[in-house]
Each structure stands twice: as C-alpha cells, then as structure tokens.
Design a protein around this ligand. Structure first.
Ligand SMILES: Cc1cc2nc3c(=O)[nH]c(=O)nc-3n(C[C@H](O)[C@H](O)[C@H](O)COP(=O)(O)OP(=O)(O)OC[C@H]3O[C@@H](n4cnc5c(N)ncnc54)[C@H](O)[C@@H]3O)c2cc1C
Length: 394
C-alpha cells in the first residue's frame, strides 16, 4: 500500500505510521460522537482531515441517546437524517407522575417546525453512522493515541509513541478528561454535585410505547426512555454518586419508586455516573481548538452534552474551512465562535440545573403536584416543552 494513500490511515497503528503518510490539514483527536461529527463535516467540505482514535474500534457502551431538534438539523446538513431516523425512536410525549400517580402528559408537537420530538439512538449506533463515511474515505485511524501537542504560530505538532506529526489545525475531541487540554495547560473548573445516578437498558415491559416517563416524588427521580428494539433505559437518581451498579439494584429501586417490574437478568447495560458542569477557561490555543466534552460538560440529566458538542462543531466547521482557504487572520471569527459556544453552554447548564432541581426528593409532593399542574396544564407548558427539546440553541 502506498504510504501516501489516505486509505492507509484507516487501519490504525501509532503516530510513527502517520508520520510517513500524507499529512492532513486538520487532525481530529478523539473519535467519540463529537470528533466523528467534526471529522465528517470537514470531509464533506472537502478539507484534508484525519480522525485519530485511541480505541481499537467503535465503542461498545451507550451513554448519549437523546438527539434534540437543533442537532437533528445538523444531521440534515450532513445528509444523515434518514439513516438516523431509521436507527432510532422518536419521543413525542412524556408522561409525568408524582409519587406514582399520573400528573400530566407533555406533548412535544410544535416544539420545532420540522422535528416534533427527540430522537433516541444508542451512542454506538450514532458513532457507527458517523464513522462509516470516514472509514470509506480512509479518514479515520483507530488504535492511535496522541499524548501531547505543541502549538506554534504556523502549525501544530502532535506527539505519541515517540513520533511526531505536523499539521495546520487540531480539533481536540478527546473527552471529559482530555489529556490534550491538559497538555495545552488549559484549565476546566468543574462543579460536581452531591447526588449521583445509575442507569440500565432493559427489555420494555411497559405500555408507554414511544413515550418517555418521568417519575417524581419523595424518593426522587426515575426517568424511563424508549430505545429501538423494544428496549427502555431506566435512570435512577441517588443521594450520592457511586462507582458502579448492578441490574438487580436498578430493578429494585425502579420497582419501589414506580411499581414497574424490570427483568434484571435481561439487562443489556448498566452504568453509574455523577453530575458535573463546567467549561474550559479557553476554547482555543494557537491552532488547537477544543470541542465536545474536552471543552465543556453538562449534567447528563436532560441529555444535552453530545448535542452541545455537535452544535459547536457545526458552527466551527464553515469558519475553519474559510480560514484554511484564506490568508485573513483567524482570531476574530474564532472569538465570535467561542462566544456562541459559551452562551450555548450557559443555557444548557441552566436547563440541566432546572432538571436536577425537579428531580430532587420532594418534601411536599402534594404542593409540587399542584404547582406542576398549574405550569403543565396552562400555556406555560410550551416553555417546558421548549426547555426539554433544546429550543433556541444555535
Ligand atoms: C450516562 C450519560 C448519558 C448521557 N446521555 C446523553 C444524551 O442523551 N444526549 C446527549 O447529548 N449527551 C448525553 N451525554 C453526554 C455525552 O455522552 C457526551 O457529551 C459525549 O459523549 C461527548 O462526546 P465527545 O466526543 O466530546 O467525547 P467522548 O464521547 O468522551 O469521546 C472521546 C473520544 O476520544 C478518545 N480519546 C481520548 N483520548 C485520546 C487520545 N489521547 N488520543 C486519541 N483518542 C483519544 C476516546 O477513546 C473517545 O472515543 C450523556 C452522558 C452520560 C455520562
């Protein structure tokens, strides 16, 4: 195989392999959902781009599932909306319960002119759909870990496994604990919350169909979200974060709080996670730009993190394409982009905060019930729907 052939880059290896190959204008470090989205967007703009992913192949676990209307519009632009709709389930309404008693049904119709709900797609499917065109073009390399980078005025040098790679721009998409953000000496102050969550995917034995269900009450939140193939994700709030959980534990708490029985033996995935919110002190340094969880985190309750990363990437890619093709200084356009990302993150942070507030253990469920009735059974419900569907994000 010709060492300069782009196809040679799809099979993985280390940076030493990359060094002898064709150098790209843009390297995306991290092939999670945001790095893949950014890489594919650049590829479609005709940019010479390569995605480097440390894992040996696609991811197995599923964290992000909810894709909101603003992010669905981004998938339209990529020409992938049909494939995503086929792979997922659209949630058009949510049933709300307080202490097991039905309170109301929140319908999402009218939340967006084109997309009347939130699309649920398991993260590994999302990554597969985004990775396939990159793989076909030989523009993704698995099993490549970048350890550090150094930005100069004219280019940027990536290092790993004792080898170096010189490129024009790097998109840092290596996730929440970004080693490259640390190598750039960019801090990310994070607020950690005292409570935690556990979740699992189980066969769907409810009659909710494609609706979500939100259980509030004295014992705090349980969320139930439909997934394709007759599966439901159950998310349970706990007093404090824990490192792991079992399907039996989730089933026991869900049964106690909601009355729904889960078949623990058929559970396909469990996970425990904490709620954190934060944004990096700066989103670019020299020719390195932070995107996705490397740039910002929001509490997973409300399902906004991946969506936020995609919106940031979708706004950046046309600018970067322009910058690559011109001699104009990049700073003004990138400063405006950074302001937009910060403002989106602030909005997502506030919404996640509100979601966590509603999911707390209720001291007086009767009062909460009355207040929720007032809000959800009046025109104020439209505000709630907009809140839950990331309306207003650009
Ligand atoms: C339980 C849970 C549920 C969630 N649900 C939702 C949801 O419904 N909707 C939503 O929008 N968001 C959700 N989120 C948030 C979402 O998962 C993240 O925001 C999203 O995964 C961020 O994507 P990313 O590509 O930035 O980072 P990651 O997904 O963390 O991917 C980073 C990638 O970089 C690779 N990498 C790391 N270091 C290197 C290196 N040095 N060199 C090369 N590669 C490297 C990693 O292997 C990984 O593949 C949820 C999060 C959790 C925890």
């Amino acid at each position: 195989m010709d060492g300069d052939s782009p196809a040679a880059m799809s099979t993985g290896g280390d940076l030493r392999r990359c060094r002898i190959m064709k150098q790209a204008d843009v390297v995306v470090v991290g092939g999670g959902p945001v790095g893949l989205f950014a890489g594919l967007s650049l590829l479609q703009q005709g940019v010479d781009v390569v995605v480097l992913e440390a894992r040996a192949g696609g991811s197995a676990g599923s964290r992000a599932i909810g894709i909101h209307p603003p992010a669905l519009r981004c998938l339209e632009q990529l020409g992938l909306i049909g494939a995503f709709l086929e792979a997922g389930t659209v949630v058009r309404e949510a049933s709300v319960f307080v202490d097991r008693r039905p309170l109301t049904r929140l319908r999402f119709d009218g939340c967006d002119p084109q997309h009347d709900g939130v699309l649920m797609v398991p993260q590994q499917q999302t990554e597969r759909l985004l990775a396939e065109p990159l793989q076909d073009a030989g523009r993704i390399s698995y099993g490549v870990r970048v350890d550090s980078l150094e930005s100069t005025a004219d280019d940027i040098v990536l290092r790993g496994d004792g080898a170096e790679l010189q490129v024009r721009w790097v998109l840092v998409c290596d996730g929440r604990h970004s080693a490259l953000r640390q190598a750039l000496r960019v801090g990310m102050p994070v607020q950690a919350y005292a409570h935690g969550y556990i979740m699992g995917d189980f066969p769907d034995a409810t009659d909710f169909g494609a609706a979500a269900a939100i259980f509030l009450g004295r014992q705090s939140l349980v969320e139930s979200l439909p997934l394709p193939q007759n599966t439901r994700r159950w998310v349970v709030r706990l007093r404090s974060p824990q490192n792991a959980c079992t399907a039996d534990e989730i089933a026991a708490i869900v049964g106690q709080r909601t009355g729904h029985g889960l078949d623990a033996a058929s559970c396909t995935m469990t996970s425990a996670f904490a709620a954190e919110q934060g944004i990096a002190e700066r989103l670019r340094k020299g020719r390195a730009i932070l995107l996705g969880d490397a740039a910002h985190v929001v509490s997973p309750i409300g399902g906004q993190g991946m969506n936020l990363g995609w919106l940031g990437a979708a706004a950046l890619i046309p600018l970067l394409t322009q910058i690559l093709n011109s001699t104009d200084p990049a700073a003004p356009a990138l400063s405006a982009w950074e302001r937009q990302v910060r403002s989106n993150w602030q909005r997502a942070r506030r919404r996640a905060e509100a979601n966590m507030f509603h999911g707390r253990p209720l001291r007086c469920p009767q009062l909460h019930r009355a207040l929720m009735h007032l809000m959800l059974d009046t025109p104020l419900r439209h505000r709630f729907v907009r809140h839950y569907t990331m309306d207003g994000f650009t």
